[in-house]
Design a protein around this ligand. Sequence first.
Ligand code: SAM
Length: 335
Amino acid sequence: MTLTDAFQRPLRDLRISVTDRCNFRCTYCMPREVFGPGYQFLDRAEILSYEEIARLARIFVKQGVEKLRITGGEPLVRRDLHTLIVQLRDIPGLKDLTLTTNGSLLRQQAQKLKDAGLERITVSLDSIDDEVFQAMNDSGVPVAVVLDGIEAAKEAGLTPIKVNAVVKRGTNDHTIVDLARHFKGTGVIVRFIEYMDVGATNGWQLEHVVPAREMAERIDAVFPIEPAEANYRGEVARRWRYRDGSGEIGFITSISEPFCGACTRARLSPEGQLFTCLFGVKGHDFRELLRSDKSDEEIAAFLGSVWRVRDDRYSEIRTEETARLPKVEMSRIGG
Ligand code: SAM
């Protein structure tokens, strides 16, 4: 089964955000001034239960989704996350089940997640420099804790491990070569992400973006690299390999080279709103359908009606103007 949108893009990936809460306050994502003690997070009753998520996931996979990524907020702060993995792992037709985390709670949970059926993992780590990293996460978590989490994931066999680093000019761009150096030759694939104008709270400006080309040049000057083929159509990261054979890195070029034309992703918020674009303003309510007496077929039909008319291509039409739209926060739909 293949659902295609208004530009013939199939629905292949579903990113499921299981919570809007996070134990980090990354300045570019959940700035403390906005997400402070007074911030109203979702109530427990508002967010989808694991059973509701699993039911939706089954419906989505039947409609052609092959890959599920669990995200947040910080997914590992939601209790007993491994019990959700158990409910997802055997969905017929599912080809890839993965998770994105800040890594701070991985040491405690890596093995449990692996045993539950998680295949691999992506860990966010913006800098290998402790001072820079702590200034960015604004929650006092040192690099060593995340590195230990990555080690735990390795020991548990949650591989291949990817490390995502958001690069913001003047904040951490002077540390990208060190991050590359740290993981070179270890099998961990570092992906540098251009800082994006997601949400409406991070004060994004174009001048904060370091284009992938510039990042590649800086790394190439120290560790020569060459472009590598994409693994599959629609792969988000542009792959490069070290010329000395010691592994690969990637760049996510949402700003400098938008890839909307190949976007096969939908995103589910913790309260069951489906967004057909990372830069979406309005979601589609699946929770109401789940909590009424609608059948799986009726929910699938609603999904079809949403996806078939999808014509989002935000990154291709981005301007300083659109950057100010009241877009959904990344901490709600998880990137
Ligand atoms: N808490 C988990 C984590 O840290 O990976 C999952 C959710 S987090 C929102 C997912 C990813 O989005 C992280 O790698 C984060 O750095 C990235 N991110 C957040 N805001 C971003 C922005 N403005 N531009 C680019 N990436 C961003």
